[in-house]
Structures are given as C-alpha cells and as structure tokens.
Design a protein. Structure first.
Length: 152
C-alpha cells in the first residue's frame, strides 16, 4: 500500500477514536468525590453512603484511615452516611444540602470526618478533579515538555 494511503487510513482511524472518546465522555454522568475520614480509635463497620440513586458500601474503615467514594452527580439533596462503631453514640447522619454539581464545577471534594459522638464536614481541593479539568491541549503540552526534560 502506498505511503499516502497509510497516512489517510491512520488519520481516519485517529479521528474516529477521538470522536468515540468525546461521545463517551458526554454520555456519562459526572461523578463527585466524597472522602470519609475516621478520626476515632475504633474501626467503622458497615459504612453506607447514599445520595439519590447512588449507594456505596464500605465494609470496614480502620481508625485513622480514609476512603474516597465517587457518587453520580445530580441536584442538591441529602447525603446520608450510616455506619456501626463501638463506643460511638452517633451511628449515622445526613447532610441535607449536599451539592455535587458545585463541587465538580469548583474542583472540590466533600470531606466528612467521623469523630466520637460527632462529625465534621468541609470542602477541600480535589486534585483529581483539577487534572480532569485540564484541557487535552495542555495535557499534551505538559507531556511533551516532560519528555523533552527527561531527554536533556
């Protein structure tokens, strides 16, 4: 096959791959990150996080550890956290105004810290989201720059 046909065929294939990638990204619902942190001296058991139609279960969350959970984004609504833990009167709670769309837009994650008989919540920068928001062109330039730096 002449060289010209190979170039045309490869260009068409690359274009189709880009079109498929763009299509798949548009059809999937965005996901928001919720990080659960266990700041108690006991293991959290049977942890279940529920938001709209998303329900994620974590069997155990040892003391001092954290878990990142990804929930399908929707409108503002309640985020329910239920669990079992020794020596903790609080066995679950609800965050009534959880807004995953705002978290995604501003590249934040919802952090929930479980403490003995209480919990804290706050927003924190989500580095994975910041990387996702980076454009394809800037990712390509960063990759090329890193390749050039490695060879020098």
């Amino acid at each position: 096959m002449p060289r010209r046909r190979w170039i045309i065929a490869l260009t068409v294939i690359a274009g189709l791959l880009v079109a498929v990638e763009v299509g798949v990204r548009r059809w999937t619902r965005p996901r928001a990150c919720v990080q659960i942190v266990n700041e108690t001296s006991e293991t959290v058991r049977d942890l279940v996080v529920t938001y709209e139609d998303s329900r994620i279960a974590v069997v155990e969350l040892p003391a001092g550890q954290s878990a990142r959970l990804w929930l399908s984004a929707g409108r503002t609504g309640p985020l329910k956290v239920e669990y079992r833990q020794k020596n903790n009167a609080l066995q679950g709670f609800e965050i009534a105004d959880y807004d995953p769309a705002a978290c995604i837009k501003d590249a934040f994650k919802q952090v929930v810290v479980i403490q003995t008989n209480q919990f804290q919540r706050f927003l924190e920068d989500d580095e994975t989201r910041r990387q996702e928001k980076e454009s394809l062109g800037s990712r390509l330039l960063n990759w090329l720059n890193s390749e050039v730096d490695e060879r020098n």
